[in-house]
Design a protein around this ligand. Structure first.
Ligand SMILES: Nc1ncnc2c1ncn2[C@@H]1O[C@H](COP(=O)(O)OP(=O)(O)OP(=O)(O)O)[C@@H](O)[C@H]1O
Ligand SMILES: [Mg+2]
Length: 457
């Protein structure tokens, strides 16, 4: 085992030296310092395991030295050495992070015993941390399936940022798992006990944005009958997930940028800034750099968000993961009888498809097939028509009398939505308006049918 390095800090050199000699005889590597300043300098320049620190010293007393050392070297174990009269100070020191205190005069044996206990305690804490780390690595992100090199890369990026406060931008096409990754980062990170707030940036009407996110004071505007705490304040200490951040209207981007820069908000109707402490994770299915060039996305906001970028692969770029995903989904949608089995040709069909809707599309297909197979094992006939044209193409005959009403209705709806998107050149708001439904509702339909509005623009 490595030799324990002890630093004895006492303004009476004789005392320090006596302790040094005693401890060196017992096998410790011992240095001395005769002032607080010197002690701090030693800690800054060489490794120290345990510091034996006299409480009463001038000009810096032991408590002050303790405070400074703990700030810059929290790993150093500090044992206070104190006379009877200073026990109060020693107790205070423990509150400030000292490991223990020993009364003067103390024998080398006594000191050694204390040092040994302190080191054992530290080793146990380190071991605990390591065990926890291993445990977490095992369970970590276990809801995210993928063994392909592309997914390994995603996992290693996640490992790098999960314990940090870094802002993360998750980039990926629809259904590739952006929200899943955002959640895993939150729930495996240091803020997991606090809230995760998901804001769908496109779904929030511009006029409500400020009061939703920043809150408002009573009487700030007509209808503000009472004070309202906004999301940023409510989630203080937690994680803020800006989903589909690429859809944020420019006017709102400016307001978001301010929060990210200043880390403070002002409630509507107030002038007092309030500090907020949130970790930011953003997701987008757009190429934000291209949006910046087109003038649709603020460059300054882009750089604030894109501190660390995690890119999720398309499912067709990681087809080797399909069997794993299928197994996972069969378990997820299992009935009381357990997970369904799947025939070889059904698996082949899944492997052959090009999955424009990525994992979400696969998940929908499996969920539906499990229901249709009624516990008899999944056959390719239970899968949606995999040869179906891509959403931008011809969706096929309108009426197939062999299908159940729900499917026929779905097919009609799909065609209808595609028709509207064609006419509006992929403008979701305009299409929703023509359909007479809310934007979010229309968006849900796009998701359901794995339609990408951009294919029509
Ligand atoms: N690697 C994965 N392993 C297991 N399930 C996954 C994986 N990726 C995605 N999923 C599942 O697919 C579905 C879609 O994932 P998610 O909502 O995270 O995608 P998204 O990228 O946010 O999509 P969108 O851009 O459409 O919002 C979810 O049910 C999720 O659990
Ligand atoms: Mg999403």
């Amino acid at each position: 085992m490595a030799q324990t390095r002890v630093l004895v800090v006492d303004d009476e050199p004789n005392v320090a030296q006596a302790i040094q000699i005693g401890l060196e005889r017992m096998g410790y590597s011992v240095g001395t310092a005769s002032t607080g300043q010197e002690a701090i300098e030693v800690c800054d320049s060489e490794p120290v395991d345990v510091m034996l620190l006299d409480v009463r010293m001038t000009p810096l007393d032991g408590i002050e030295v303790l405070g400074r050392v703990k700030k810059s070297h929290p790993e150093i174990l500090v044992i206070m050495i104190t006379a009877h009269a200073d026990v109060k100070a020693a107790v205070k020191a423990i509150k400030l992070g000292a490991f223990d205190y020993i009364l003067k005069p103390s024998s080398a044996d006594e000191l050694s015993e204390n040092i040994r206990r302190a080191v054992a305690f530290r080793d146990l804490a380190v071991e605990n941390k390591e065990l926890k780390r291993q445990l977490r690595a095992k369970h970590k992100f276990d809801s995210i399936i993928g063994n392909s090199p592309a997914m390994q890369e995603v996992f290693s990026m996640m490992e790098c940022v999960v314990d940090t406060e870094s802002t993360v931008l998750i980039v990926g096409a629809t259904g590739t798992g952006k929200e899943l990754v955002a959640r895993a980062l939150h729930y495996n990170g240091p803020r997991s006990e606090k809230r995760l707030y998901c804001l769908h940036c496109a779904a929030i009407p511009e006029h409500l944005f400020e009061s939703e996110l920043f809150g408002h004071e009573k009487g700030a505007f007509t209808g503000a009958d009472s004070r309202k705490i906004g999301a940023f304040e409510a989630v203080d200490g937690g994680t803020f997930f800006l989903d589909e951040v690429g859809e944020t209207p420019l006017s709102i981007q400016a307001k978001l940028l301010r929060v990210l820069q200043e880390r403070e908000i002002v409630r509507v109707g107030s002038t007092t800034p309030i500090k907020v402490n949130v970790r930011l994770i953003a997701a987008t299915n757009r190429d934000l750099a291209a949006e910046v060039k087109k003038g649709n996305f603020r460059e300054d906001l882009y750089y604030r968000l894109n501190v660390v970028e995690i890119r999720l692969p398309l499912l067709r770029e990681r087809k080797d993961d399909i069997p794993l995903l299928v197994q996972h989904l069969l378990e997820k949608y299992q009935t009381e009888a357990g997970p369904a089995t799947i025939s070889d040709d059904a698996m082949e069909a899944l492997m052959a498809h090009n999955w424009p809707g990525n994992v979400r599309e696969l998940e929908n297909a499996i969920e539906r097939a499990v229901v249709l197979s009624k516990g008899g094992g999944l056959q390719s006939s239970h899968l949606p028509r995999m040869s179906a044209p891509s959403p931008a193409g011809d969706p096929g005959p309108a009426v197939d009398l062999d299908q159940p009403l729900s499917e026929a209705r779905d097919r009609f709806e799909q065609q209808y939505v595609i028709g509207l998107l064609r006419e509006t050149r992929g403008n979701i708001s305009a299409a929703a308006k023509r359909a007479g439904i809310a934007w979010q509702n229309f968006q849900r339909k796009l998701k359901k049918f794995n339609i990408n509005a951009k294919d029509f623009s």
